[in-house]
Design a protein around this ligand. Structure first.
Ligand code: HEM
Ligand code: HEM
Length: 195
């Protein structure tokens, strides 16, 4: 067994993980709810909230990715087969694609909309320049495409999150390797890792 400190995620990684997880889940629910509402003030207000939370997720996720690429993560627990190790790593990287891709596609398609984005009621969030200046005939199909990609990626997250949670619970309670504890503060961990 190696030194406890190296076997845990750092404080910054944990803050990014739980903050983004909470905002992502909240925004998935909010997106599904408001998108089906009839047009009106209530829908517009919730839409602005959805866009503001989503753009916050985008900024946090870019910072998180930069952090992830420049800081080591604890190695995977020992005794995981090749397939499981691959699945764990692939899921983690796919999550990075989603936490950046979902809000980015949202930002792209609302940039072609006449409705401005007001960030938490504070200021006008800028539209992406290449969508804003595009002729209408080009803009509309592109908006539809990115709207569809936004929804498909959101559904990919809806599928992946329960699998990720089940994997964490499987490690914690069936394999009993205490993997969950390394993403939680104030806990000592005894995860045995790959040599
Ligand atoms: C955490 C990030 C985000 C998540 C998880 C998310 C998720 C969703 C979901 C699940 C829907 C409902 C799709 C449907 O059933 O039609 C939706 C719709 C929508 N999202 Fe997002 N979204 C995020 C970020 C953003 C951002 C950053 C923007 C724009 C700046 C945005 C703009 C919209 C709009 C305008 C709709 C309504 C689309 C319509 O009426 O068809 N979203 N989003
Ligand atoms: C809902 C959105 C979530 C996203 C996008 C997400 C994403 C991630 C990512 C990318 C990692 C890898 C760490 C890294 O490379 O930075 C990770 C690790 C982890 N996540 Fe999540 N996660 C989410 C929710 C949850 C939830 C609800 C749980 C609770 C069971 C959880 C438990 C864990 C654990 C225990 C690890 C550490 C795995 C290890 O030690 O290798 N995650 N998560």
């Amino acid at each position: 067994m190696r030194d406890d400190i190296q076997l845990r995620y750092g404080t910054v990684a944990m803050i990014f993980h739980w903050l983004i997880a909470a905002l992502l889940i909240a925004n998935l629910a909010l997106g599904l709810y408001f998108a089906d509402l009839p047009r009106g003030d209530w829908r517009t207000e919730l839409g602005q909230l959805h866009k503001s939370i989503g753009l916050t997720v985008l900024m946090l996720s870019v910072l998180r990715l930069a952090w992830r690429l420049t800081h080591p993560v604890p190695p995977l627990p020992a005794g995981m087969r090749w397939g499981l190790r691959f699945a764990a790593r692939a899921t983690h990287w796919l999550f990075y694609v989603l936490i950046i891709g979902i809000p980015l596609t949202g930002w792209i398609f609302v940039s072609a909309s006449p409705v401005p984005t007001i960030f938490f009621g504070l200021f006008h969030w800028p539209n992406l320049w290449f969508m804003a200046d595009m002729p209408r005939a080009q803009k509309i199909p592109l908006r539809e495409t990115f709207n569809s990609i936004h929804v498909v990626l959101a559904w990919a997250a809806i599928v992946l999150i329960p699998l990720h949670v089940l994997a964490a619970l499987y490690h914690q309670y069936i394999r009993r390797d205490e993997l969950l504890l390394r993403m939680l503060p104030y806990r000592r961990t005894r995860v045995e890792t790959m040599p």
